[in-house]
Design a protein around this ligand. Structure first.
Ligand code: SAM
Length: 371
């Protein structure tokens, strides 16, 4: 059989080089952006490839054999990721999430995890080190991930009904294999696993209740995510968004819920608990109740561009910076400078952008920037 040839990108468009101030300051974990938001959370995309073709994220028509994925030399190496992560942690980052693409497709990911697991915050605390996955490789990899020091896991699953799930992942992947992956992760010792379900009106909203029923009493927090207008290829439309308030109302009819206080300031999911003690669910209302005002998250793309917002059109080229012989202090200063100029709040002003075609078509894809 002839192997398919996957073209790779020869050169990726890069964002501007981050500025290094003339006078360097000490790394400081209290840097605020222009809207007084601290930097606490870093998402790192470790690959732009995925083995699923979820219709709302990496639709087949776009992410086909002609799609120019990043070349190996363009990816940040584990050493480069570790170096940048160390700098970000010195600047106040307390939580790191590995994502992608499908992060478990990155070869030897557990090596990177064991490197990151050793990092300590300036207050000598462990990082909250976590990963988002489609679950397809969890049966194989859960033990390795746990041993490497990964603390938490989020698994994406959009339906329990096989035909609905297969239509959404578009590679005929069965639900049972994801559920087996979640069980393997629990056996490997992962606690407090979260399952994320993207709700698309008219596509999988009838799966809300079966999903809630299944994950109740299993020690798993199911979280419902409003379908977002990320990237430029998923044909997003407001009519396809089911407001989280409706999700809560739907579940409450069968299993009464009560709201719970956030675990920490800036938590994006609103927490709800089953009144009968069967556990918790969460809703992420990125469209109907934007949380930009407390967003403390930066994103590092697979090729080392730093994005200050999920809906950004360009990032800052930290890969070139770290490959140019700059010191850690210089890079830390570039991060502080970049963060202190941050003013993004796309979701809060989304309605102003709907007619802004440039923004609409220039937004980077989630698989590249990291979901
Ligand atoms: N491959 C991994 C996975 O499936 O979890 C990590 C990457 S994926 C981009 C991360 C998360 O983003 C998934 O839960 C996915 O459902 C979600 N996602 C992708 N596109 C989305 C969109 N347009 N709106 C809301 N969530 C989206």
């Amino acid at each position: 059989m002839v192997k398919p040839v996957i073209p790779i990108r020869k050169e990726t468009p890069r964002g501007p080089l981050p500025l290094i101030p003339n006078i360097l300051s000490e790394a400081n974990s209290r840097t605020l952006d222009r809207r007084q938001r601290p930097l606490r959370d870093l998402r790192i995309s470790v690959t732009d490839r995925c083995n699923f073709r979820c219709t709302y994220c990496m639709p087949k028509e776009v992410f086909n054999q002609d799609y120019p994925y990043l070349a190996q030399s363009e990816l940040l190496s584990f050493e480069e990721i570790h170096r940048l992560a160390t700098i970000f942690v010195s600047l106040g980052v307390e939580k790191i999430r590995l994502t992608g693409g499908e992060p478990l497709l990155r070869k030897d990911l557990e090596t990177l995890i064991s490197m990151l697991a050793k990092l300590r915050t300036p207050k000598d605390q462990e990082l909250d080190l976590t990963l988002t996955t489609n679950g397809s490789l969890l049966s194989k990899k859960s033990m390795l991930l746990k041993e490497a020091g990964l603390q938490r896991l989020t698994v994406s699953l959009d339906a329990l009904d096989d035909s609905v799930f297969k239509a959404m992942n578009d590679v005929d992947y069965p639900v049972s294999d994801v559920l087996k992956g979640i069980e393997a992760a629990q056996k490997a010792g992962f606690e407090g696993i979260k399952v994320n379900m993207v709700v698309k009106k008219g596509v999988n909203d009838h799966e809300i209740l079966p999903m809630a029923k299944y994950f109740r009493n299993r020690g798993i927090t199911l979280r419902f995510i409003e379908f977002m207008d990320v990237g430029s290829s998923n044909g997003w439309n407001l009519d396809q968004v089911l407001p989280s308030a409706e999700v809560i109302a739907k579940i409450s009819e069968h299993f009464p819920l009560e709201q719970v206080d956030p675990n920490y300031a800036g938590e994006v999911a609103q927490r709800w608990r089953y009144q009968d003690g069967a556990g918790e669910i969460g809703v992420i209302s990125s469209v109907t109740q934007a949380f930009c005002h407390e967003c403390s998250r930066a994103r590092l793309s697979t090729d080392g561009q730093l994005f200050l917002c999920l809906f950004a059109t360009e990032g800052f080229d930290f890969k070139t910076l770290i490959r140019s012989g700059r010191s850690d202090l210089e890079i830390a200063n570039a991060v502080m400078q970049t963060w202190s100029n941050r003013d993004d709040r796309y979701s809060e002003i989304r309605h102003l952008h709907t007619k802004d075609l440039e923004r609409k078509h220039g937004k980077v894809e989630m698989s590249y920037i990291g979901g």
